[in-house]
Design a protein around this ligand. Structure first.
Ligand SMILES: *[C@@H]1O[C@H](CO)[C@@H](O)[C@H](O)[C@H]1NC(C)=O
Length: 128
């Protein structure tokens, strides 16, 4: 038990050292984001490869100015999937753009649709 508590406090310390923001803390609590061995939040997303197939990949938070988070995105038009992958941005930007669990576009820009979401492989399905 004591050993477990020591491990736990070490993990908490590492997380605070990387400036995990409010959104990431919330997503970790909800199981939509996990933490790697260095205390960096990460998720998994479907990523479109150059040969046109999609595959699951690990997506870490990429450091930047202010609290950063990570989600998944998809970009498509009527004909095809254009891009799909990791979406690491400032938390404030993720709050505005990403839904939890489902990748559902908020608005259509001309004929291209974009969605962003939180949750493992949540961008495997995307809807207008
Ligand atoms: C696409 O590329 C990936 C990675 O190189 C490979 O594993 C996969 O088999 C390829 N799929 C097709 C349909 O070529």
């Amino acid at each position: 038990m004591a050993r477990f508590l020591i491990l736990l406090s070490t993990a908490v310390h590492l997380v605070s050292a990387t400036l995990v923001g409010e959104l990431s803390k919330e997503l970790i609590k909800e199981g939509l984001v996990s933490i790697d061995e260095n205390g960096i939040p990460k998720t998994s997303c479907m990523v479109l490869l150059s040969n046109g197939t999609s595959t699951p990949q690990e997506c870490p938070v990429i450091p930047g100015f202010g609290p950063q988070g990570v989600g998944c995105f998809a970009l498509w038009n009527a004909d095809r999937l254009i891009e799909q992958g990791c979406f690491s941005r400032q938390e404030i930007s993720l709050r505005n753009q990403c839904k939890k669990k489902t990748c559902h576009s908020r608005r259509k820009q001309k004929d291209v649709s974009f969605c962003c979401c939180h949750g493992p492989l949540c961008n495997g399905k995307f809807t207008q």
